[in-house]
Design a protein around this ligand. Structure first.
Ligand code: RB5
Length: 151
């Protein structure tokens, strides 16, 4: 699948390794920047990832900032984007399987290259389970997004 990758300056040191990990997992990275370590604003890159996924250019995203937190907060403001910081491999696949996560957020000041590679592999290998209880819960999340109410 095509995978959007974006970062601010805080995430920039991890970007090359993440692109390589996406390729190693047999997927096609789409690099949306940043293209230097110059100071930049993570919401701008959250918006680029969101636009890429919602337009159908890519199916999933990986968004990197210093902690992963700012990127995640910004990405989740975009309707149709379901982002989480996952710094353990269980969460990196479970959040796709149960919660339909479509943007993995990472903190380049928190994790190292080897863990990042494993997280990317776990995330990209996972698919939404389609089990009734998970679909029901994701449906409620979408209704909160649309109406402010899960039911
Ligand atoms: C940038 O210094 C840093 O605040 C940003 O990358 C991110 O960690 C925010 O959550």
């Amino acid at each position: 699948m095509r995978v959007a990758i974006a970062c601010d300056h805080g995430g920039f040191p991890l970007k090359t390794a993440i692109i390589a990990a996406v390729e190693a997992a047999g997927h096609q990275p789409v690099d949306l920047g940043a293209f230097s370590a110059e100071s930049s604003d993570y919401p701008d890159f959250a918006e680029k990832i969101g636009r890429s996924i919602l337009s159908g250019e890519t199916e999933r995203g990986i968004l990197v900032c210093g902690s992963g937190a700012g990127a995640c907060i910004a990405a989740n403001k975009i309707r149709g984007i379901y982002a989480s910081v996952c710094h353990d491999t269980y969460s990196a696949h479970q959040a796709v399987e149960h919660d339909a996560m479509n943007v993995l957020c990472l903190g380049a000041r928190v994790i190292g290259v080897e863990l990042a590679r494993e997280l990317v592999a776990a995330y990209l290998a996972a698919q939404f389970s389609n089990e009734e209880r998970h679909a029901r819960r994701v449906g409620k999340v979408r209704r909160i997004e649309e109406t402010g109410n899960p039911s």
